[in-house]
Write a protein that binds this ligand. Structure first.
Ligand code: SF4
Length: 309
């Protein structure tokens, strides 16, 4: 069978590392930044409880104590990754990174882009936090820099979004994608495989929908039950069961087959959170999950985009 170009990466999908090597001709690394944002789904603007799987730290990055400045965080990250990368993308990761007045956003993003070898931004946010002022700001940056906006969707099914307390619906995601399209801002959608109550068909429907939208990348997460979250409680009292590794691997392989071959795969499983991790146990071995997904595609003699229509 004809081999798509991305097979050069020895994987059967187009990962972010390969995409950036193609684009910049060198290794590029994301540097995670916690810029001190909050989230409207936690601070009472939309809700206070947050998504049922959210541990309240916004990501594994948030630590206790005073937050170092954006530039200090970048300098620290560069020291760590220097042997492996020569350019960097500043990744505003923790909580909702467009949830502030636009002048504050500009100052934080400018600080990141002023650092040597930082070629762009990747900004994690929610679909209900990208108003016209934020879109104008990002499209200005996109004229001179490489800009990704990561939009949390998790599922296209409103019933699921309600159940997991996302605080937004699918239409708001579609509205955000439409407003951001054609502005040279690269969009990355986040989805979760294994959300309570979702059938395999519903999970694949979310992937099929993303496949036909103007979206450039995807992060696929496994659902993690963490201590101190509502989901963790549901897991402990037996009202939900976690997905098996085989099932997860098979569903992710199905999703990769459905997505277009040029969609950048930014993530294929969730990891981290070791201090508060409950289940599923297989999710702690990220490398094993990634290898298993690639092996499953090999076993099927398949690859990303094979079923894309
Ligand atoms: S949107 Fe993100 S930060 Fe906000 S509650 Fe949900 S998971 Fe937590």
């Amino acid at each position: 069978m004809p081999k798509p170009d991305f097979w050069k990466n020895n994987k059967r999908y187009y990962d972010l590392k390969s995409y950036w090597r193609n684009l910049f001709g060198c290794n590029v690394h994301k540097l995670q930044i916690d810029a001190g944002f909050t989230c409207p789904n936690r601070d009472g603007h939309i809700a206070t409880g947050g998504c049922i799987y959210c541990d309240g730290r916004g990501s594994k990055l948030r630590q206790k104590g005073e937050l170092p400045s954006v530039s200090r965080q970048i300098q620290g990250g560069k020291k760590f990754y220097k042997p492996h990368a020569s350019k960097y993308v500043a990744y505003f990761q923790t909580f909702t990174n467009t949830y502030a007045p636009v002048e504050k956003l500009r100052s934080l993003y400018d600080e990141a882009l002023a650092q040597d070898d930082v070629v762009g931004l990747s900004i994690g946010t929610r679909p209900d936090c990208v108003g016209p002022d934020v879109i104008n700001l990002l499209s200005d940056y996109a004229k001179n820099y490489h800009v990704w906006l990561e939009l949390g969707l998790q599922s296209m099914h409103d019933e699921t979004l309600k159940l997991i307390n996302r605080g937004h619906n699918f239409q708001q995601f579609l509205d955000a994608v439409e407003a951001l399209a054609g502005k040279n801002i690269h969009l990355c959608a986040h989805i979760i495989v294994g959300l309570p109550g979702e059938t395999d068909e519903e999970i694949l429907q979310t992937a099929k929908t993303i496949a036909v939208l103007p979206i450039n990348g995807i992060k696929i997460h496994s659902l993690l039950a963490l201590e101190g979250t509502d989901l963790g409680e549901m897991y402990k009292n037996g009202s939900i069961k976690s997905m098996s590794k085989d099932k997860y691997v098979s569903l992710v392989a199905n999703i990769l087959e459905i997505l277009p071959a040029d969609m950048v795969i930014q993530r294929l499983t969730a990891d981290g959170y070791r201090d508060i991790f409950l289940a599923p146990d297989w999710a702690m071995n990220k490398l094993d999950v990634l290898n298993s997904i690639n092996k499953e595609l090999e076993r099927r003699d398949s690859y990303q985009g094979k079923q894309y229509k």
